[in-house]
Ligand binder design. Sequence first.
Ligand SMILES: *Cc1c(COP(=O)(O)O)cnc(C)c1O
Length: 524
Amino acid sequence: MSMNNQGRPTTPHAASASETAGTFTGNRALMQEEALIFELDNPGVVGVDLPEPATTKTKLGGVKARGRIGLPDLAEPQVVRHFTRLSQKNFGIDSTMYPLGSCTMKHNPRLNEKMARLPGFSDIHPLQPESTVQGALELIDQLAHWLKTLTGMPAVAMSPGAGAHGELCGLMAIHAALEARGEGHRKRVLVPESAHGTNPATAAFCGFSVDTIPAEDNGRVSVEAVKAKLGPDVACIMLTNPNTCGLFEPQIKEIADAVHEAGGYFYCDGANYNAIVGRVRPADLGVDAMHINLHKTFSTPHGGGGPGSGPVVLSAALAPFAPLPYVVHGEDGFRLVEHAADAEGKPFGRLKTFHGQMGMFVRALSYILSHGADGLRQVATDAVLNANYVLASLQDVMSAPFGGPCMHEALFDDGFLKGTGVTPLDFAKAMIDEGFHPMTMYFPLVVHGALLVEPTETESKSTLDQFIATLRHLAEKAKAGDAAFFQAAPRLTPRRRLDETAAARKPILRWTPPAQPVQAQAAE
Ligand SMILES: *Cc1c(COP(=O)(O)O)cnc(C)c1O
């Protein structure tokens, strides 16, 4: 088999027929195999027809290109097909259900997209004079008002670009508040075992040490466990509610009170806010800072690393330290406070060049206004209902570590696969052949072989029924002893099992031309 320098077969039919669909071309039905655009390079082919220049006299003063600049030469139809084919391989929420726990992959209403494309929002520049972008500033202000009202918090920092960036914002505000109090010696941050990896990473990045709080047998954090860790060197606790096991933390108020009494702050990871929006105000739970993933709770599209938006609501204690810039409504309309000297409080600095992710702000406000207060309440209700439907429907064939009911996520463990020779990974790969993106696997870490399903509120009963029937079928198949079937999955994907460890540890991020001159490819 001839391989290119990335270890990919260069001839589509090189892989053994039993390993693939067995087609001559490597194409599968109407899905085309696609090479890298550099491999499609066809030197001399161009997509434009320019007239010969009238004069051949160079104006470059002798600085002439000595060779090709490393970009592929392609005609327009090849370019169109290349990117269209890639788009067809890009699995997304527009294709089918995407039950990735904690990620809240829900439908992105098209109304949001229409609003975000209005020229008054999409064609403006952050450096335009403020008088020409009053509507955009008012939109940021209105969205801020909604986020503050829904959470009950007095302030919000709009600029963070994602949830993790919001955590950074929150911890920098906490750091600034502690310094202002003369208590910069508080360097310990409490983080429950079940936390999302970004929580301890953020704390460490900000120069804090991370102290882990063990989970109780029921998947929750107890006030006793927190109290045992409190002391004069504790800066804050980072707690998620509902937590990453999909469970509400019933002692959250007691925990907040204990942390406050010990002089610490309460950072709440708000990634799971869609489970409680319109029903619980985080301010009433004693929260000092919480990021809101607009791209999760408020339906702005995400995946593949961007774009995101993670505004952080802040309590009165932390509000003075909110980062620059922020929008204020003055006598002459809206303006951005850009400099510490113009700020009322003591901003800790700036997290982004400009004010934040404008396109996401527009989508989020469109979502909020089209739902209204009653609709947002319904979001939380339906998110919890759908997850409980999945949990209850599969409880007899799969195993749930904490029983029910749950909040917006149904958590299973690998108990039901015990003795079958099928791992959660094998099980997930078999789901791919059935047309479902796998759920989150092996997270949260407190549950052995975790399978975390977040159906979200936008899935219909018929989609959920099909998903449930598929998982039921696969669970029964695993129990029937067909381990080989699972170990060979996925069979129907463009690529089968990959060496994920090598891909993570030794990623090849740069394409270099093969040593041997490649044969020119036929134009399409
Ligand atoms: C998604 C998520 C984060 C991080 O948010 P990003 O927007 O991906 O940076 C943090 N905590 C939890 C629980 C999450 O689900």
